[in-house]
Design a protein around this ligand. Structure first.
Ligand SMILES: [Zn+2]
Length: 358
């Protein structure tokens, strides 16, 4: 597939010439969006909705992924007494106008085809379903998660941190979906933050097992965004063009073990700390690095994931920079438990506060 230029590069191109019509339209769409809303103080910045989960007609059995992962993470947190249900923030679903901030009409129309959606989520039988069903059962959950990722930036800036128990669709760029990613939530989140939060420096720490080629293509030559991507270079997507846009690339091999992984992360964070001073950190915390994950093919232990997340939150704390976390890839049955345990550890270590004033 070739990449049509379209909206992907417009943000950087328009800077020198002053706002174009397209840039003004984008800005107005962002300013009139309802996705940023005021969250009452009795809530904590953990964002989730039951409608994140994809389960219908046995689709969860056709797919290697646990498509109810997001709900199970919250269930574990509630069962373990780590998080109260009433404190969770429910986001709004991203509307068409919200999505047009980054995506083109043409791209959004392509998602009205069940065939195209089936290719993106890699479940061939979905191609046989009527579009209205696919919209309701697959794309609405994704759009709700996109709303969560966008809102997470506002909450992170207000409260110091935020976790969207979903999102992290890092293979989708403005004009191309793929690898289970239909919408470019990271790009959208950053574009909203630029306009609504008056931010001009964002660091993406992408530690999912796969290369984050979607946001890399979208911020190809945008010096406002620093990308540290640490991934298994032997697996999908092997996007060589997108690799050119990574500021700090840490390429790993299949079978990488926990100690080696954490040592490399430690070194990479030290470099990032010195070269870029972000106003917001976006942490794409995929758990497909876990030992046994059929897609990630690495050998990181559950404790290694906990340690990794702690290192990243400590990095943001040391830099006094707001951080938002997206759960991204990792759909083994065990992933939800590992993520819940890691969030609990962040709370135990006082890197996040899951209690709020009554
Ligand atoms: Zn992944």
């Amino acid at each position: 597939m070739t990449s049509a230029p379209a909206a992907a590069a417009s943000s950087s191109r328009t800077v020198a010439r002053g706002p174009s019509d397209a840039e003004t339209l984008r800005r107005n769409r962002i300013l009139s969006s309802k996705l940023y809303f005021d969250v009452p103080p009795n809530k904590v910045p953990v964002i989730y909705s039951d409608s994140y989960n994809i389960a219908f007609l046995g689709i969860q059995k056709l797919h290697p992924f646990d498509s109810s992962k997001w709900g199970r993470i919250c269930q574990f947190l509630m069962q373990d007494g780590v998080l109260d249900k009433i404190r969770i923030v429910e986001p709004l679903e991203a509307s068409k106008d919200d999505l047009l901030v980054v995506h083109s009409e043409l791209y959004l129309r392509s998602l009205e085809s069940s065939i195209n959606v089936s290719i993106i989520i890699e479940v061939p039988p979905v191609a046989l379903l009527p579009n209205c069903l696919v919209q309701k059962k697959v794309l609405v959950p994704f759009r709700k998660q996109v709303g969560g990722s966008i809102l997470a930036a506002k909450l992170a800036v207000e409260r110091g941190w935020a976790i969207n128990v979903g999102g992290g669709f890092h293979h989708c760029s403005a004009d191309r979906g793929g690898g289970f990613c239909a919408y470019a939530d990271i790009t959208l989140c950053i574009q909203y933050a630029f306009v609504r939060l008056n931010i001009s420096r964002v660091m993406i720490l992408d530690l999912d097992a796969h290369q984050g080629n979607g946001h890399e293509r979208d911020f190809s030559n945008d010096s406002r965004v620093y990308i540290l991507d640490m991934y298994n270079c032997e697996i999908f997507p092997c996007d060589y063009e997108a690799k050119r846009y990574i500021d700090q690339k840490v390429e790993l091999k299949s079978g990488t073990k926990t100690k080696d992984y954490l040592d490399k992360l430690d070194s990479a964070l030290k470099v990032a700390k010195d070269v870029f001073d972000p106003e917001l950190v976006i942490y794409n915390a995929g758990t497909d690095i876990l030992d046994g994950d059929p897609l990630g093919q690495m050998k990181i232990s559950p404790d290694g994931v906990t340690h990794r997340d702690e290192m990243v939150f400590r990095f943001a704390q040391d830099k006094k920079t707001p951080i938002l976390m997206l759960t991204s890839g990792g759909y083994m049955k065990s992933s939800a438990r590992v993520i819940a345990d890691s969030i609990a550890n962040l709370s135990t270590k006082s890197l996040i506060d899951l209690c709020s004033p009554q």
